[in-house]
Write a protein that binds this ligand. Structure first.
Ligand code: NAD
Ligand code: UGA
Length: 464
């Protein structure tokens, strides 16, 4: 049977949290394109071909199933994918560098550069390269320089198209994004390439949401967007510490300031600290960029957002220790949630990891509970072996516990029978709500010693 002809062949290098969902959405919305996603990890590619996808994201499996095998394909054959494609999206990981110059701050570009060299080796026709990974400013220019080294006269136009989806809501964000940003060189060929990418998204996104800019503005906007979002969380978290001292309630303060349309009400939920693979990495990347240009005050300003986040998480653990009479040794503490936020299995940079490590240092008996992230938690905590207990069922996790520390805002935790849980816990029974999602009055009435974030604790006895 002759192979079905498609209008265009699109390739995505990197089948992770960005590559998989993004390409599934493009394939679903654009049946006229053939979409292939490649990765160097065979197990990941194999999982994308089953109903047990390598990542958990609400609505993702349904979306993948709509296009898989029709115009959406997963493969480990990177070179073949490159040869066939006219447009190549790159969404490989760009973690913080852990060694050498810029260690701890700048982006590790080794995976990125490898893809450039793979393209250089395999390509035998002109291509548009779309930078989807989050990268330091001017990376697109550097990539174009590497690609221009080919001796076959091939032309590569590199376009920046940063991803703004948030995990847990990725499908919603991809279907109805606030905006899609496409940056290019402002040359004739640059604008032509960018228009080709605009045309892909225009298949389902209104044109006024497709915004264009020069390459560097696009790359920088991604780092700045994440830094601004994280800055709001650190700001509200800093005020939560003050609220606990002055009998104010952070939720009331956030509500009052969020009503000001100039401030807005989003990203004002005080928490145990933000996590995720990107906020810290991208702020540090921005900081490093500023330092590179001698903008030390600007760098220090943005770095303070990360410091405030670390303070908030360590403050949470200190509160646990202090409330429980300054000793948690051998006490059973149930962690409700290990994912860095609700509706994801992702645990990268989760506050739960830091909290667990600190509790283990105090020799507590930690029990981890989470509806989707236990597999990843086990990997993250493998060095502790059998010293950490895992119980998906929160009732089992909390049974005979001295305390519950709620870390992830899963809806599931709001609806539990806290009366039943209380009766099976050691007394006094402590609950530390790192997300302020529980009914604190009700818990207090049941008998718990309740420690919210940004609100004085509700305790039945006087603290020492
Ligand atoms: P990820 O680790 O989930 O996925 C990256 C994938 O790239 C991995 O599966 C890895 O095996 C693969 N890979 C690495 N080098 C490769 C190579 N040379 N050839 C083929 N495959 C290769 O990462 P992610 O969370 O999808 O993030 C990717 C990029 O997108 C990062 O720059 C990140 O900052 C950015 N981003 C992430 C999110 C998010 O929500 N996770 C949102 C917006 C932007
Ligand atoms: C974030 C951005 O929201 C996305 O736009 C961006 O594309 C992505 O980073 C990225 O570049 O990777 P994500 O990290 O998936 O998305 O999730 P967020 O919803 O932003 O939450 C990040 C962290 O902040 C979570 O730990 C969350 O619980 C915490 N958070 C969020 C708060 O503590 N308070 C809030 O009010 C909001």
């Amino acid at each position: 049977m002759a192979e079905k002809k498609f209008d265009k062949n699109l390739l995505c290098i990197g089948a992770g949290y960005v590559g998989g969902p993004t390409m599934a959405m493009i394939a679903h919305k654009c049946p006229q394109y053939k979409v292939t996603v490649v990765d160097v990890v065979p197990e990941k590619i194999a999982a994308w071909q089953t109903d047990d996808l390598p990542i958990y994201e609400p609505g993702l499996l349904e979306l993948v199933k709509l296009a898989r095998g029709k115009n959406l394909f997963f493969s480990t054959d990177v070179a073949k994918g490159i040869k066939e494609a006219e447009i190549i999206f790159i969404s490989v990981n760009t973690p913080t560098k852990t060694f050498g110059e810029g260690a701890g701050k700048s982006a590790d570009l080794q995976y990125w550069e490898k893809t450039a060299r793979d393209i250089l080796r395999a390509a035998d026709s002109d291509k548009i390269i779309v930078e989807r990974s989050t990268l330091p400013v001017k990376t697109a220019i550097a990539m174009e320089r590497i690609l221009s080294l080919n001796e076959r006269g091939l032309k590569f136009e590199v376009v920046s198209n940063p991803e703004f989806l948030a995990e847990g809501t990725a499908i919603k964000n991809l279907e109805k994004p606030d905006r899609v940003l496409i940056g290019s060189k402002e040359t004739e060929s640059g604008i032509k390439a960018r228009n080709e990418i605009v045309d892909i998204y225009a298949n389902w996104i209104p044109r006024d949401r497709l915004i264009t800019s020069n390459l560097m503005s696009s790359e920088l906007s991604k780092l700045v967007a994440n830094s601004f979002l994280a800055q709001r969380i650190s700001s509200i978290n800093s005020i939560s510490a003050l609220c606990e001292k002055v009998d104010a309630d952070i939720k009331e303060v956030a509500h009052a300031i969020g009503k000001d349309t100039r401030i807005g009400d989003k990203f004002l939920n005080a928490s145990v600290g933000f996590g995720g693979s990107c906020f810290k990495k991208d702020i540090l990347n921005l900081t490093y960029l500023c330092e590179t240009f001698g903008l030390y005050e600007v760098a220090a300003y943005w770095e303070s957002i990360v410091k405030m986040n670390e303070y908030q998480t360590s403050r949470f653990v200190q509160t646990i220790n202090k409330a429980m009479f300054n000793t948690i040794t051998n006490k059973r503490i149930a962690l409700f949630g290990f994912a860095f936020k609700a509706n994801t299995s992702d645990t990268r940079e989760t506050a739960a990891l830091y909290v667990t490590q600190k509790l283990m240092m105090e020799r507590a008996h930690v029990v981890i509970s989470d509806p989707k992230a236990i597999k990843n938690a086990k990997k993250d905590l493998k060095d502790y072996g059998a010293d950490i207990e895992y119980q998906e069922d929160p009732y089992k996790a909390a049974k005979a516990a001295h305390a519950i520390a709620l870390i992830t805002e899963w809806d599931l935790y709001k609806g539990l029978d806290y009366e039943k849980i209380y009766h099976e816990m050691e007394k006094p029974a402590f609950i530390f709500d790192g997300r302020n999602i529980l009914d604190h009055e009700k818990l207090f009435k049941i008998g718990y010693e309740v420690y919210p974030i940004g609100k004085p604790p509700m305790i039945h006895f006087k603290e020492a």
